[in-house]
Design a binder for this molecule. Structure first.
Ligand code: PLP
Length: 384
């Protein structure tokens, strides 16, 4: 089986596993306990917090542990609206139609509570521009929430130029960076984002752990969404999962170190994949015309049924649309937002690859896809 689904989740890096193992055996104490083993667990948690902070140019106290990017998105968006919106009468959000469901469904929920939301339409290249966001602001806009890198197309939104424009207007800026860490340079000491969601398992770390960056200067305030023991500065209660946290720290340290070699490797893989599919006609690249990360390649194949295509490729682990949303068989809402027809959006494959993929894998995958598309077209009564 050739695994080309790194955007859904990455394998655990062996160095991450090695860092986690002792935390699963000997070091079992609760990091909130005030005795020797507890203090040692706390030290491990704080060292990991420092590693995550360093990887994104943040301060240690700006990292709040969560269970993943879904929870971080919920905490950031609901927490900010509850704190600022309802209190200050500012209840408008700007976001885009191609966000992850963790953002879109949270916005939809807030709409049921009276919040107004503007959903921006990205360009045909899949990107949302800074000027477009600024033009959508209203006097009561409280929050802009925009992903850094799209999980289906790899398109990079104009987050960096947008951040100072929002900061000077006093508008909170939340960024879902689940697909961005280790893929694009991130330095929050230079980019005035207010809140940023992260996930370990998209960057060779374990599943079930993530973090939310919450800026201290100027301070972004949130109403907690989980009430309990007051952990994480009162923003997210719950006993900390030391082993997961240590894994995320190790993964983010590696992500920062390996960003450039990993990107160069992904560029070579993408070239090999495109070359092996190369001679096929009726292939459309989704969202790859502007700035995009090299580790995601999304293609639509004209004249084939998407389900038959995927069923005909049992040796490939690839996705259509987003594996991270619930298992719907609907054509991708992201591709439809880019103007693709239902047929082309349905007949799409998202290839995503990384450290554990080699060029031979991508060539074999590309050749298998090309052969299957040709076979299905031969069988099709309407393909000419
Ligand atoms: C852009 C984006 N945001 C959020 C998520 C959710 O992350 P998690 O699985 O950590 O909850 C994902 C993937 O699942 C994603 O790709």
């Amino acid at each position: 089986m050739i695994y080309l689904d790194y955007a859904a989740t990455t394998p655990l890096d062996p160095a991450v596993l090695e860092a986690m193992l002792p935390q699963l055996s000997d070091a079992h104490a609760n990091p909130a306990s005030d005795h020797g083993p507890g203090r040692r667990a706390r030290l491990a948690v704080e060292q990991s917090r420092a590693k995550v902070a360093r990887a994104i140019g943040a301060e240690v106290g700006e990292i709040i542990w969560t269970s993943g990017a879904t929870e971080s998105d919920n905490l950031a968006i609901k927490g900010a609206l509850e704190f600022y919106g309802e209190a200050g009468g500012r209840a408008h959000i700007v976001t885009s139609r191609t966000e992850h469901k963790a953002v879109l469904d949270t916005c939809r929920y807030l709409e049921t509570r009276g919040v107004r939301v503007t959903y921006l339409q990205p360009g045909p290249d899949g990107r949302v521009g800074a000027a477009q966001v600024i033009a959508a602001l209203e006097p009561d806009t409280c929050l802009v929430t925009l992903m850094w890198v799209n999980n289906e197309t790899g398109a990079i939104n104009e987050v960096e130029p947008l951040a100072p424009l929002l900061a000077e207007r006093g508008i909170l800026f939340h960024v879902d960076a689940a697909q961005a860490v280790g893929r694009v340079p991130i330095d929050l000491s230079q980019t005035p984002i207010s809140l940023m969601s992260m996930s370990a398992h998209k960057a060779y770390g374990p599943k079930g752990i993530g973090a939310l960056f919450v800026r201290r200067r100027p301070r972004a305030r949130l109403a907690p969404q989980l009430h309990g023991g007051g952990h994480e500065q009162g923003m997210r209660s719950g006993t900390l999962a030391t082993h997961q946290i240590v894994g995320m720290g190790a993964a983010f340290e590696l992500a920062a170190e390996r960003r450039e070699p990993d990107s160069a490797h992904a560029l070579r893989l993408r070239a090999a994949l495109l070359q092996s599919i190369g001679s096929l006609d009726g292939v459309f690249r989704n969202g790859g015309d502007g700035a995009c990360v090299p580790h995601i390649l999304n293609l639509s194949f004209e004249g084939v049924d998407g389900e038959s295509l995927r069923a005909g490729l049992p040796g490939l682990a690839v996705s259509s649309g987003s594996a991270c949303s619930a298992a719907t068989q609907e054509p991708s809402y992201v591709l439809r937002a880019l103007g693709r027809s239902d047929a082309l959006a349905g007949a799409s494959l998202r290839f995503s690859y990384g450290r554990g993929t080699d060029e031979a894998d991508t060539r074999e995958a590309g050749a298998a896809v090309a052969a299957e598309v040709l076979r299905l077209r031969e069988l099709s009564p309407i393909w000419d």
